[in-house]
Design a protein around this ligand. Structure first.
Ligand code: NAD
Length: 485
């Protein structure tokens, strides 16, 4: 299907709310629009999801049949990978190669969770108790049953549209849940291809329902809806807190994958030829719009100047551009004008608070919402650019001398999503992993991901896990059965 067909299909979808324009972040021109589904579309979608769940058409399908459908989804996504990558790169401005990488990951989610469909089992207990109700000894067989939690609301951000949708749809389907997916209002396109793929793969009607709209309208309606049993959310910490409040109405379960301000520790003995480009790209790629972007870099004093210079040199060489531009861009723009002003606001604030701009610190002199990769030195912990998630290509580099100095600095954040360590001393690296207060620690690598390895944030970076058996578990509930023998 061509991009234009998907754009037309989006426009034709019914809704009751405002018209939402989709702007190309590279050209700043509108190329599509759609109508906010609002609370009415959410209510209808939750009704369809509930009906499909109660009917058992998906949750009671033989496990092997469910596994086959998930694998078929993976195959169909793979067959349409080019089209999906084109839609995501157009929608976000990210380079095509990066979008292709994300689609591969989406395929892997379905392949991985397909395997779980036949492996969802509880645990058995053999119990002997003395002094039961009638004073007699009891011999009891107890076991747990793993059941799907029910109807789940899946709310995802714009920074990796297909990737984030797959990360939630695959475990939800493997667990037997029915769902309502709300894509980000900036990036609704690739979800329409998912809808077709799911139907073609054999997911019954009503099991997955897509509603488009703003967060404060459609998203909030999904969070508030009494017919929803769980919300799985990826997005900002600010909205995560609203979701916790909204979920209180029917005490629905909540899984949150939120923001970060991740520390990167580079030691004197690190392999700098690997560390500098990896750490720099972890914050500059995708214009810094990655939850695990290492935005606070701590460098041991012996190599501080070398690392700052290395970051600045790389920042100066990076090519920024749109997917259809012929410059083989390393990174695309920021997602929106709002995000551009937010990032520039942080940069101006950093300058005013006395941080030193080593490189960048301004918008690129071209069309599109591009900010020059920016390195700040002389950053103090109380500064906003040190404490708050900027979600732009902006890094604060700070020198340190000892572990006892840097660990409290690294852990001094309301976030706890990810942390990285670069040192050739492997035993030192593993001991640091235990001291860093983050849900994920990477040693001599950054931005590593795999669908079978659990991922989740500490502190205000989230609740619960995505990926792996812990990710699946979030879509299951455990029922305990006691049977007297
Ligand atoms: P956002 O929180 O503004 O929006 C995310 C989604 O929530 C969108 O679909 C939006 O429409 C919806 N939303 C907004 N307000 C809502 C409300 N009141 N009720 C229900 N839904 C609502 O986040 P964003 O700007 O789209 O994404 C960037 C953020 O996402 C960053 O903070 C980033 O760190 C985080 N993120 C985290 C992970 C992770 O796995 N931890 C991954 C990617 C992005």
């Amino acid at each position: 299907m061509s991009v234009q067909t998907t754009v037309d299909e989006l426009r034709a979808r019914p809704g009751t709310g405002d018209t939402i324009a989709i702007i190309d972040p590279v050209t700043e021109e509108q190329f599509a629009e759609f109508t906010d589904g609002g609370a009415a579309a959410v209510d209808e979608a939750v009704g369809r999801a509930r009906e499909s769940f109660e009917s058992g058409v998906w949750q009671h399908l033989p496990q092997a049949a469910r596994a086959k459908v998930l694998w078929r989804i993976a195959d169909l996504l793979e067959a349409r990978a080019g089209e999906l990558a084109e839609l995501d790169s157009l929608n976000t401005g990210m380079p095509l190669a990066q979008a292709e990488h994300n689609i591969n990951a989406a395929v892997e989610f379905f392949q991985y969770f397909s395997g779980w469909c036949t492996k969802v089992n509880g645990t058995a207990f053999d119990i002997r108790q003395s002094g039961g109700l009638m004073g007699a000894d009891l011999s009891v067989h107890a076991y747990t049953l793993k059941e799907p939690v029910g109807v789940v609301g899946l709310i995802v951000p714009w920074n990796g549209p297909a990737f984030n949708a797959a990360a939630k749809l695959a475990p939800a389907l493997a667990a037997g849940c029915s769902s309502v997916l709300k894509p980000a209002e900036e990036t609704p396109l690739s979800a329409l291809v998912f809808e077709q793929v799911l139907a073609e793969a054999g997911v019954p009607d009503g099991v997955v329902n897509i509603v488009n709209g703003y967060g404060h309208t459609a998203g909030q309606a999904l969070v508030d809806h009494p017919g929803v049993d769980k919300i799985a959310f990826t997005g900002s910490t600010e909205v995560g807190k609203k979701i916790v409040q909204g979920a209180a109405g029917n005490l629905k379960r909540v899984m949150l994958e939120l923001g970060g301000k991740s520390p990167v520790l580079i030691y004197d003995d690190a392999d700098l030829a690997s560390a500098i480009p990896a750490a720099a790209m972890a914050i500059f790629r995708h214009s810094g719009q990655a939850c695990v972007a290492g935005s606070r870099v701590f460098v041991q004093r012996g190599v501080y100047d070398q690392v700052v210079e290395g970051f600045a040199t790389l920042a100066g060489k990076l090519r920024y551009g749109g997917p259809s531009e012929d410059n083989r861009a390393h990174s695309g723009p920021l997602i929106s004008e709002k995000q551009l002003h937010r990032v520039l606001g942080y940069i101006d604030g950093g300058k005013q608070e006395g941080a030193e701009v080593v490189v960048g610190g301004h918008r690129l002199d071209r069309k599109g919402w591009f900010v020059h990769p920016t390195v700040f030195a002389q950053v103090r912990p109380e500064m906003r650019i040190y404490q708050e998630e900027i979600f732009g290509p902006v890094v604060a580099v700070t020198p340190f001398d000892t572990d006892d100095e840097v660990i409290p600095l690294a852990n001094d954040s309301t976030y706890g999503l990810s942390a990285a360590v670069w040192t050739r001393d492997i035993s030192h690296a593993h001991s640091l992993a235990r001291r860093l207060d983050a849900g994920q620690v990477t040693l001599n690598c950054q931005v590593v991901w795999n669908p079978d390895v659990p991922f989740g944030g500490f502190k205000q970076s989230g609740w619960g896990y995505e990926n792996g058996h812990l990710g699946l578990d979030g879509y299951l509930r455990s029922k305990t059965v006691f049977a007297q023998l």
